[in-house]
Design a protein around this ligand. Structure first.
Ligand code: BG6
Length: 487
């Protein structure tokens, strides 16, 4: 279904995000016929480019980041013809370029400003958009992460933006919410009768969320100031916790959903002071050299002036949600760079059956487990106990009911940004973070960060290509549980 015509103004248009994610995502949507022919994309950035240069850059990004079978010259030609460019140094108010020639006054044309720039520029850009008369009450502003580095800085950014834009105009990106498999969590929980009655502490022993990456981080400029807690836990993983743990919203209305997520964030038991060392583990990867390959450690990747950094590239923690549904059910969360595999998954570990009748069987019943694989190999596995077929006696075996997205659906799985970029135009805020959610997440994360900063301990080392420091294994094993491993 096509979206209404738009003027999409992208600040930071020559940056990495635009090149790798935004332009390819827009291309896929264009190719699917979702653009009205009046839609335009206006790039804004400091580099002195012409329209033709920017169109060439868009072409290059498609060649590099769009799957080959979706690249066709005619479509690409038509697509880049809607691109134009304004060179503008947004840090220099005196020399702000004139955007008025690009912005159309027709009220039917949706106006959206995408700020893919450093967050200290959000406030100045918003203010300037207003001063120059580019603001409209129905315009939208899209904010990329990082939305601050703690509660105070995030409040400051939100205040600056709020002095111009109303909350219903602000779209804060957490690209995990745009992932198909993350949205599928909503379908799984609320479009099936099966799970909801047992989705509680009476039936669930614990929950695990793992987002592991095999890539490193030391060469990413911003990472050393951020670290895994801010980069992944505060946003993506806490959003996943919300979707797993929230009460059923009354509808799919953006605020109905976000109200429920907020309640989860506010029910998280604070981890403060001496509890931080008990319930959290942070790590940093070390290099490894084998006969076939050698991988640098985080420290070795850093520029000279940052050597000795104590930034964590791995975090594991045990969270608890203090409400009726979840009391006593730990949520074990972990994320890291340079881990053994790239895997994002949610594991719902059910409790043991109350009584086993299989005294004489071979193999004891294992508790059921639901594994939701977000990426790669997207799918859902429900581990069940069955009788191993055969003429012998009762032999119990754990077997997964396996729903593989790739095998079930022929379509390409769209990238998160494809959905999110057009939701902005549709005016749907469901998959974007509301200000209070963001701030509640910072409020929970800040004391952990503070305790780490105050501690003399360095992050625990782990070898690149492993599942993280031994402390993270101890964190869960201490409770008589283990991290799920798929075979
Ligand atoms: C980003 C983080 O938000 O998410 C990166 O800043 C991380 O450090 C990335 O690599 C992971 O996203 P995805 O979609 O590849 O899982």
């Amino acid at each position: 279904i096509p979206v209404p015509p738009f003027d999409y103004v992208v600040f930071g248009a020559t940056g990495d995000l635009a090149k790798r994610k935004l332009i390819p995502a827009l291309y896929y949507r264009f190719k699917d016929g979702q653009f009205d022919e009046k839609s335009r994309i206006i790039g804004v950035s400091r580099s002195p480019l012409s329209d033709a240069d920017f169109q060439k850059a868009a072409r290059d990004s498609i060649t590099e980041f769009v799957e080959k079978e979706y690249q066709d010259k005619k479509t690409i030609d038509r697509f880049v013809s809607i691109f134009s460019y304004v060179a503008n140094d947004v840090t220099d108010e005196a020399h702000w370029a004139d955007l008025s020639a690009k912005l159309r006054e027709d009220p039917k044309i949706i106006r959206a400003f995408y700020l893919a720039v450093a967050p200290n520029l959000f406030g100045p850009i918003c203010e300037y958009l207003s001063k120059r008369g580019y603001y409209r009450r129905d315009a939208r502003v899209v904010l990329e992460k990082p939305l601050g580095h703690d509660l105070a800085s995030s409040e400051a950014i939100n205040n600056e933006v709020a002095s111009i834009f109303e909350e219903d105009q602000v779209y804060r990106i957490d690209h995990y919410l745009g992932k198909e498999t993350v949205q599928n969590l909503l379908a799984l929980r609320f479009a099936n009768k099966l799970f909801e009655p047992i989705w509680n502490s009476a039936n669930i022993d614990h929950v695990q969320i793992t987002v592991s990456e095999s890539v490193g981080a030391g060469t990413r400029g911003y990472y050393d100031e951020s670290g895994a807690l801010r980069d992944m836990i505060q946003n993506h993983i806490m959003q996943l916790v919300c979707l797993v743990a929230m009460e059923p919203p009354a509808s799919d209305d953006a605020n109905a959903l976000r109200d429920e997520k907020l309640k989860v964030l506010r029910s998280l038991k604070p981890i403060t002071g001496s509890e931080v060392a008990k319930f959290t583990v942070r790590g940093q990867y070390r290099g490894v050299t084998s006969e076939t390959a050698s991988v640098k450690g985080y420290q070795d990747e850093l520029p000279a002036e940052k050597k000795g950094s104590r930034t964590e590239t791995f975090v594991a923690l045990k969270a608890e949600i203090e409400n009726w549904r979840w009391a006593g059910v730990p949520f074990y969360l972990r994320t890291g760079k340079r881990m053994a595999n790239r895997v994002s998954e949610i594991v719902i570990q059910f409790r043991q059956i109350p009584h086993s009748i299989f005294e004489h069987a071979e193999g004891a019943p294992k508790p059921n487990k639901l594994v939701i694989r977000l990426q790669p190999d997207e799918g859902v596995k429900l581990f069940l106990m069955i009788k191993d077929p055969g003429p012998g006696g009762m032999r119990l075996r754990e077997v997964p009911l396996n729903l593989s997205f790739a095998k079930t659906f022929a379509e390409r799985t769209p990238e998160a940004y494809e959905r999110l970029l057009l939701d902005v135009i549709r005016g749907s805020q469901t998959l974007f973070m509301r200000r209070d959610e963001l701030e509640a997440a910072w409020k929970w994360v800040d004391p952990i960060r503070e305790a780490w900063d105050a501690s003399r301990d360095a992050p625990q080392p782990y070898t690149a290509g492993t599942w993280g420091p031994t402390g993270s294994i101890a964190l869960i094993e201490r409770d008589g549980r283990t991290w799920h491993e798929d075979d």
